[in-house]
Design a protein around this ligand. Structure first.
Ligand code: C2E
Ligand code: CA
Ligand code: CA
Length: 883
C-alpha cells in the first residue's frame, strides 16, 4: 500500500488504516504529527498507541497508558456506551464511525471529544483493533451552546424589540425578516414585507433616485445601494408607509452574514416627530440668525431705506426666506410702493401684492379706525382666499407660505415686511412670535431713525413752516455766492418782513399767527421758481436768495410776491391780509461775502421800514444812513432823559381878517452838538422805536403847562394844537394823558387842539372813534391833518368827530401854478364845509396862495407868509401884541 500524504487537517481514520501495512512504527510516526488527537486500540480494547497531543491533553505519559484499557480515559458514566461504540466500530457499523464522548484527564477534568473511528484489519481482513482520530470540542461546544442561547435571545430581541428592525438580502434587497415593531411602523403584514424589497418602502422621488444609484454602482447587477456593502452605516432617510404617508427614519444598518447569505440588519427608528422638532429648532435657529443680522444692521445703519434693504437682504441670505421685501401701503387706496426688496424672484412681489391688495389685513382698520398691527400670515396657500387667484403660480415658483409684518403704522401709511417661505406651514406660533419680536425691534429702529432725522431737520429746517431755517438759508446763500465768484455772476438777497405780525399774534392769538406764517411760507414758496432758496430767518422775517441780479429779483418780488399777497389768507374763519416789506441787497456790490450781503439785505429792510416803503435796495450810502439812524436813536434816548426838546409855535390866523385864532406846537430837538433838529429828522425814528410815546406826552404836558402859564400871566391865549402820532393812538393812554395834563395845569380843554392824520385813525377805526369821541366830549378840538395825502375819504370825515380839516402843504404850494392842485384844494374846502368843518390851509407862503384860498372860502391858514413856527418867547410876544 503506497504511502500517501495528505493535508493534516483532512486526515481521518480510514487513511490511518490504509497506512497500516507500512509498518506500525511508521504509522505511529505519522500519527505523532497528525495535529489531532490520535489513539490505536487493539481488539481487546487495550491502548496500543497515544499520540503526543492526546497525552498532553489528558496529562498521562505514554508508559502510563500503553497496554491499559482505554476506559482509563473515560468518565464512569460514559464507559458502557463507549464500549458498545467500540464493538460497533469493530463490527464496522456505520453509525460508529463518528462519536462524541466525554473523557477525563489525569487531573480529573472532563473534556468533550469527538472521534472518527475505523477498524484495523490484518492482511486477511481480520479486525485486529481500531484507530481513533479526534479533537477536543469542549470549548467549541461551549461556544456553540452559548451561541445558540445568544441566537435565541437575539431572535427574541429581534422580534419583540420596540425598535423596528429587519433583515434584508444585500443582493436582492428583499426583506428576509421583519419584527413586529417594523410591521406596526410601516403598516405592511409580515407576508407583504417578505414579498417586497427596500425600494418598495421609499417614497417617490427617492425611489427613482435609488434605482438610478443602484444602476450606477453596480451596472447590470443587483448590488447594495451603498458604495461599500460590508460597512455599517446610518443616517436619516425618508420612507413611505403602506398608507402612503412619508416618515423620517433614523437608519442604522449593519452587514451580517446569516445562514450563508450576505444580509443587512437594519434598525429603522421613526424620528418623524423628533426630526420635525429638530428641523424646527434648526429653523428657529436660522430665524435667530436673521434677527441677529438685522439687529446688527440696526446698530450700524442710520438710513431708513438702507436699513430696510439690509433687513430684506439678511432675511434672504440666511436662507430662511427666498424673497423678502418692504412695502409701503397707502391705507386709503391700498396702493403699494416697494421700499426695499431682496431675492431673485422680483416677479413674486407684484404677484403677491396684487393678490392681497384688497384684503390685506395689515391695513384693514380696526373697529376704532386705526390700522391693525397684526401680521398677515398665509401658511396654507390653498386655504387663503386672498391668494386663490395666484396659488398655483406661487406653488409653481416654489412658495409654500408667506407673511406680512407691519413695521410702522401711521394714519396714512403702513410699512410692512413681507416674507415668502418655501415650505408650507412655516409660520407657526414660535416663528411668528420671533418675527414679531424682530419686527417690533425694527419698527423701533425705524422710529429712532425718523426721530434723529427730525432732530437733524430741526437744525436746518424751521419746524413751524418746514422751510429752511436761518442756518440752512445762510448755507445755501454761501453756495450761491461761491458759485457766483466762479462765474462772475451776481446774487440777490431779499429779506422780507411781515408787517405788524406782533399785533396779529396779540389780537388773533398765537395759533392763528402760526397758521398764517405757515400759509405765508407755502404761498411764498410756491410763488417762487428755482433757483431761489427761501428760508425763515426770524419770527416774522423770511429771506430768499437767487443767483440773479437785483432788478430781476425786485421785479419778481413786485410781480409775484406782492401779487400773491393781494389775496387774503383765510385762517380760523377770518380773512387776513398780510403786508410785507422787503430789503434787497446784491453780491458783490453790497457785500464781499455771503454774510456781508445778507446783513446788507437786512439793512435794506430797515431802510424800507423807516421810509414806509414796500421795498428798498441797499447801497453803501443807505447803509451809512442807517448807521446814522442808529446813532440818532441812541441820542434820542438821551434827549428824552435830558429833556432836550423845545416847542416852537406857528400861529394860525383867520384868512379873512388875519386875526390870530390859534397856534400849532411843533417839536424841536435841541441837540447839544448839532443844534436845533427839525422833527422830520427824528419823529419817524421815534415812532419806530416807540420813543414817540414819551415825547408825545411831554409835548401835551408842556403845551398845557405853557397855556396855563400864559393864562396866569394875563395873556390873551389862543388854542394851541398838538400833533399826535399814530403810535400814540394805538397805546390807548392818550385820553388819560390829555385829561391828566389838562387837570394838572388847570387848563380849559378848549385851549387844546389835537391834530392827527387819517392813517392814525385807520389802524383801528373803531377804537379811534371811541377815543376821539371821548376827547371831543372833554372839549378838546380835533383837526384832521395832512388832508389830501392819504385816504382823503369823505366817510372818514363823517365818521370821526373832527372840527377842522388841514389841507396839506403839498397842495397849497402849487395852488397858483398847478390847476390840479388848485382843484383838489377847492374840492376839499367845499366838501369840508358841507360837513360843517373848518378848513385850514398849511404852508401858505405867498400872497397869491392866500388870495386863492380866501376866494375859495378857506377859513384859516398857517404859513411862512404870515409866520413860520417861532420860539416860545416870540409867540408870547405875538400873543401880547394881541394882533
Ligand atoms: P405838520 O403837522 O404838517 O406841520 C407843519 C409843518 O410845516 C411844520 O414843519 C412847519 O414848520 C412847516 N411849515 C409851516 N408853514 C410852512 C411854510 O410856509 N413853508 C414850509 N416849507 N413849511 C412850513 P415841522 O415843524 O418841521 O414839522 C414837521 C412835521 O413834524 C409836522 O408836520 C408834524 O407832522 C411833525 N411834528 C412836529 N411836531 C410834532 C409833535 O410834537 N408831535 C408829533 N407827533 N409830530 C410832530
Ligand atoms: Ca400838524
Ligand atoms: Ca401837515
Amino acid at each position: 500500500m503506497e504511502q500517501r500524504e495528505g493535508p493534516v487537517s483532512t486526515i481521518d481514520a480510514s487513511f490511518v488504516a490504509a497506512s497500516l501495512d507500512e509498518g506500525t512504527r511508521s504509522f505511529y510516526r505519522l500519527l505523532d504529527h497528525i495535529g489531532m488527537l490520535a489513539a490505536v486500540v487493539d481488539d481487546e480494547g487495550r491502548i496500543a498507541y497515544c499520540n503526543p497531543l492526546l497525552l498532553e491533553l489528558t496529562g498521562w505519559s505514554a508508559d502510563e497508558v500503553l497496554g491499559r484499557k482505554f476506559e482509563l480515559f473515560l468518565a464512569p458514566e460514559a464507559v458502557a456506551d463507549t464500549l458498545e461504540a467500540h464493538r460497533a466500530v469493530l463490527a464496522e457499523r456505520p453509525e460508529a464511525a463518528r462519536v462524541e464522548t466525554e473523557i477525563v484527564t489525569r487531573a480529573g477534568r472532563r473534556l468533550l471529544t469527538r472521534w472518527s473511528n475505523t477498524v484495523l484489519r490484518d492482511a486477511d481482513g481480520t479486525p485486529i483493533g481500531s484507530a481513533h482520530i479526534g479533537e477536543d470540542i469542549t470549548e467549541r461546544r461551549r461556544l456553540e451552546t452559548h451561541a445558540a442561547e445568544s441566537e435565541k435571545r437575539y431572535r427574541q430581541l429581534f422580534y419583540a424589540s420596540p425598535t423596528p428592525m429587519w433583515l434584508h438580502d444585500r443582493e436582492t434587497l428583499r426583506f428576509l425578516g421583519v419584527n413586529a415593531a417594523a410591521i406596526a411602523q410601516y403598516g405592511y403584514t409580515r407576508a407583504e414585507f417578505l414579498a417586497m424589497t427596500i425600494a418598495d418602502i421609499l417614497p417617490e422621488p427617492e425611489r427613482a433616485l435609488f434605482a438610478e444609484r443602484r444602476k450606477a454602482v453596480a451596472p447590470g447587477a443587483a448590488g447594495d445601494t451603498q458604495a461599500d456593502p460590508a460597512v455599517a452605516h446610518s443616517g436619516i432617510v425618508r420612507h413611505r408607509r403602506r398608507d402612503g404617508s412619508v416618515i423620517d427614519v433614523q437608519i442604522s444598518s449593519h452587514p451580517l452574514e446569516f445562514a450563508g447569505m450576505r444580509t443587512r440588519f437594519v434598525l429603522a427608528h421613526d424620528v418623524t416627530s423628533h426630526f420635525e422638532q429638530q428641523h424646527k429648532i434648526a429653523r428657529l435657529n436660522r430665524i435667530h440668525a436673521v434677527i441677529g443680522g438685522i439687529s446688527s444692521a440696526m446698530l450700524r445703519v442710520r438710513d431708513r431705506n438702507e436699513l430696510l434693504l439690509e433687513a430684506c437682504r439678511v432675511a434672504a441670505l440666511e436662507g430662511v426666506f427666498p424673497m423678502a421685501w418692504v412695502a409701503e401701503i397707502d391705507a386709503r387706496d391700498r396702493s403699494h410702493a416697494i421700499v426695499a426688496s431682496f431675492g431673485p424672484d422680483r416677479a413674486a412681489i407684484s404677484l403677491v401684492q396684487n393678490a392681497i391688495r384688497d384684503v390685506f389685513p395689515v391695513v384693514a382698520p380696526r373697529s376704532d379706525g386705526t390700522p391693525s398691527r397684526r401680521p398677515f400670515i398665509v401658511n396654507e396657500l390653498a386655504a387663503e382666499p386672498a391668494v386663490a387667484g395666484v396659488r398655483e403660480e406661487l406653488e409653481r415658483r416654489g412658495y409654500g407660505s408667506g407673511a406680512a409684518f407691519p413695521l410702522q403704522v401711521g394714519a396714512r401709511n403702513v410699512t410692512a415686511l413681507v416674507l415668502l417661505a418655501r415650505e408650507p406651514g412655516f409660520f407657526d406660533a414660535d416663528e411668528i412670535a420671533l418675527l414679531e419680536w424682530m419686527t417690533a425691534d425694527l419698527s423701533f429702529a425705524l422710529e429712532h431713525i425718523e426721530q434723529s432725522r427730525r432732530l437733524e431737520d430741526l437744525a436746518y429746517y424751521d419746524p413751524l413752516t418746514g422751510i429752511a431755517n436761518a442756518r440752512l438759508f445762510r448755507d445755501r446763500l454761501e453756495q450761491f455766492v461761491l458759485a457766483a465768484r466762479e462765474t462772475g455772476e451776481k446774487v440777490s438777497v431779499v429779506v422780507v418782513d411781515v408787517e405788524h405780525f406782533t399785533r396779529i399774534n396779540d389780537t388773533l392769538g398765537r395759533e392763528v399767527g402760526d397758521e398764517l406764517l405757515r400759509r405765508f411760507a407755502d404761498r411764498f414758496d410756491q410763488g417762487l421758481v428755482e433757483p431761489y432758496t427761501f428760508g425763515r430767518i426770524a419770527a416774522d422775517t423770511f429771506a430768499l436768495a437767487s443767483p440773479r441780479d437785483q432788478a430781476q429779483v425786485a421785479t419778481r418780488l413786485r410781480d409775484c410776491v406782492f401779487e400773491l399777497l393781494e389775496e387774503p389768507f383765510e385762517v380760523g374763519g377770518q380773512q387776513i391780509l398780510l403786508a410785507v416789506q422787503a430789503g434787497i441787497a446784491l453780491f458783490p456790490a453790497d457785500g464781499a461775502d455771503a454774510s456781508a450781503v445778507f446783513q446788507s439785505a437786512e439793512s435794506a429792510l430797515k431802510i424800507a421800514k423807516a421810509n414806509g416803503e414796500r421795498y428798498s435796495y441797499f447801497s453803501i450810502e443807505m447803509n451809512a444812513r442807517l448807521a446814522r439812524r442808529r446813532a440818532l436813536e441812541d441820542a434820542l434816548r438821551t434827549a428824552i432823559d435830558d429833556r432836550q426838546f423845545v416847542l416852537h409855535y406857528q400861529p394860525r390866523v383867520d384868512l379873512r381878517n388875519g386875526a390870530l385864532v390859534g397856534a400849532e406846537a411843533l417839536v424841536r430837538w435841541e441837540h447839544p452838538d448839532r443844534g436845533l433838529v427839525p422833527p422830520a429828522e427824528f419823529v419817524s425814528l421815534a415812532e419806530e422805536t416807540g420813543l414817540i410815546g414819551r415825547i408825545g406826552e411831554w409835548v401835551i404836558d408842556t403845551v398845557c403847562a405853557q397855556q396855563a402859564a400864559w393864562q396866569q400871566s394875563g395873556l390873551g391865549v389862543v388854542p394851541v394844537a398838538v400833533n399826535l402820532s399814530a403810535f400814540q393812538f394805538e397805546g390807548g393812554d392818550l385820553l388819560r394823558t390829555v385829561r391828566e395834563a389838562l387837570a394838572t395845569h388847570g387848563l380849559q380843554p378848549s385851549l387844546l387842539d389835537l391834530e392827527l392824520t387819517e392813517s392814525a385813525v385807520m389802524k383801528d377805526p373803531a377804537a379811534a372813534a371811541t377815543t376821539l369821541r371821548a376827547l371831543r366830549a372833554l372839549g378838546v378840538k380835533l383837526a384832521l391833518d395832512d388832508f389830501g395825502t392819504g385816504y382823503s375819504s369823505l366817510a372818514h370825515l363823517k365818521r370821526f368827530p373832527f372840527d377842522s380839516v388841514k389841507i396839506d402843504r403839498s397842495f397849497v404850494t402849487d395852488i397858483t401854478t398847478n390847476p390840479e392842485d388848485a382843484a383838489i384844494a377847492t374840492a376839499i374846502i367845499a366838501m369840508a364845509h358841507r360837513l360843517e368843518l373848518k378848513v385850514v390851509a398849511e404852508g401858505v407862503e405867498s400872497e397869491g396862495q392866500l388870495r386863492y384860498l380866501r376866494a375859495e372860502g378857506c377859513d384859516e391858514m398857517q404859513g411862512n407868509y404870515f409866520s413860520p413856527a417861532v420860539q416860545r418867547a416870540a409867540f408870547e410876544a405875538l400873543l401880547r401884541s394881541g394882533r
